[in-house]
Design a protein around this ligand. Structure first.
Ligand SMILES: *Cc1c(COP(=O)(O)O)cnc(C)c1O
Length: 365
């Protein structure tokens, strides 16, 4: 038996998401690029690349990882490119996307002859969290003024919009796309491609995929553009778990179990957005609080129900551990970083990466 903690990526759970993505491309013509900031575990890239068109990035390193390990099309985007990295950016990017007109102008000469795009901020978003809302007041994410954008149209062939966040409501997506069309339609019709970003939860059960396909196809047809989507979370949702073992239990008004992992170190995104981890099955007469082994007082995965009292040695499986999880793991408290295990379609499990003391020491000097 494999030693915990480890992230377990299950290809059988990844496959249905991939099939929906491939179906959507077939039905709508929209290409899908994996957003690496959400998920960059490259051991499954060869599998995912059978269904997706390439990758999109938030930095030079992600861009390079996508180009080298995933292949297909590589969109290079960054909130701000640095002078010293830009030549290398051009060697990996099929399209380089600038966040501002200022950056487009600064790198105008250097990028002449390359396919270029500009991030446009439509000023609306589906996010309820200020922290993750690209349309928050004074947002630095993209240009918002159609008149200013019109002045640089000759230098770009496409736009990137990203204003959805785990949006599982098709009507809301439809309305936001309508808003974009009203405000930027005349500019879009002068472009060759438009990326609508990520944040559309179209792989979720019950999502009206046919309606999304029809809407994207109509958008592409009416404006004469190749549409791209940049799914992060939607591509890998539910595809991985974090496997942990109970190390100790105590009763302190509630039943507590301490596991060989840490929410701060291994599922940081949940802590940032103050949400509970998910545990399955979550039923039974015994309620337990599952706690991490770092010394942070609030290192708590959540409270869950179990059929029997927990004991040291029990194995637990924390759900939905792929998106914004593995990319954010860190060495806080020196807690052993979870290994990475792949479960193949035939059910065999394979350790693809382990982390030890040398990795911990190498992360600092
Ligand atoms: C974060 C991000 C994505 C991926 O978003 P998900 O919500 O994970 O689908 C795509 N494109 C851009 C520009 C992003 O910033």
């Amino acid at each position: 038996m494999l030693q915990t903690p480890y992230y377990l990526i299950d290809k059988a759970r990844l496959e249905p998401n991939m099939e929906k993505i491939a179906w959507l491309r077939e039905a709508s013509g929209a290409k899908s690029l994996l957003a690496l900031k959400c998920f960059a575990t490259w051991s499954v890239f060869d599998f995912m690349a059978q269904y997706m068109d390439g990758t999109t990035s938030s930095s030079l390193f992600e861009l390079r990882l996508g180009a080298e390990k995933f292949g297909g099309e590589s969109h290079g985007y960054s909130v701000a490119w640095a002078e010293h990295e830009f030549d290398e950016v051009l060697t990996h990017a099929d399209k380089v996307i600038f966040n501002t007109i200022g950056q487009l102008e600064r790198f105008g000469a250097a990028s002449a002859g390359h396919v270029r795009g500009l991030r446009v901020n439509p000023g609306v978003s589906s996010s309820d969290f200020d922290l993750a809302d690209p349309a928050r007041p004074f947002s630095r994410l993209g240009e918002h003024d159609p008149a200013r954008i019109a002045e640089v149209l000759g230098q770009v062939s496409g736009f990137m919009f990203h204003n959805n966040c785990e949006n599982d409501d098709f009507e809301r997506f439809d309305a936001m796309l309508g808003h974009i069309e009203v405000r930027f339609g005349a500019l879009i019709r002068q472009m060759e491609w438009v990326s609508l970003g990520g944040g559309i939860h179209f792989t979720g059960s019950g999502y009206p995929l046919e309606r999304l396909a029809e809407r994207l196809k109509r958008f592409a047809g009416e404006h004469g553009v190749q549409v791209y989507l940049e799914p992060g979370e939607a591509a890998i949702t539910n595809a991985a778990t974090l496997e942990v073992t109970v190390l100790d239990t105590l009763f302190n008004g509630k039943h507590l179990a301490i596991v060989d992992s840490s929410i701060e170190a291994h599922m940081l995104d949940l802590l940032i957005y103050r949400s509970s981890a998910k545990m399955l099955p979550n039923e039974g007469d015994h309620e337990w609080m599952i706690c991490g082994k770092s010394c942070l007082a609030g290192d708590i995965f959540g409270e869950f129900r179990f059929p029997a009292p927990l004991r040291p040695g029990d194995r637990l499986s924390i759900q939905d551990a792929a998106g914004y999880t593995m990319v954010k793991k860190n060495w806080f408290n020196g807690v052993k970083m979870p290994a990475i295990v792949l479960r193949e379609l035939d059910g065999t499990e394979r350790l693809v990466r382990d982390f030890g003391y040398d990795d911990f020491a190498a992360a600092l000097s």
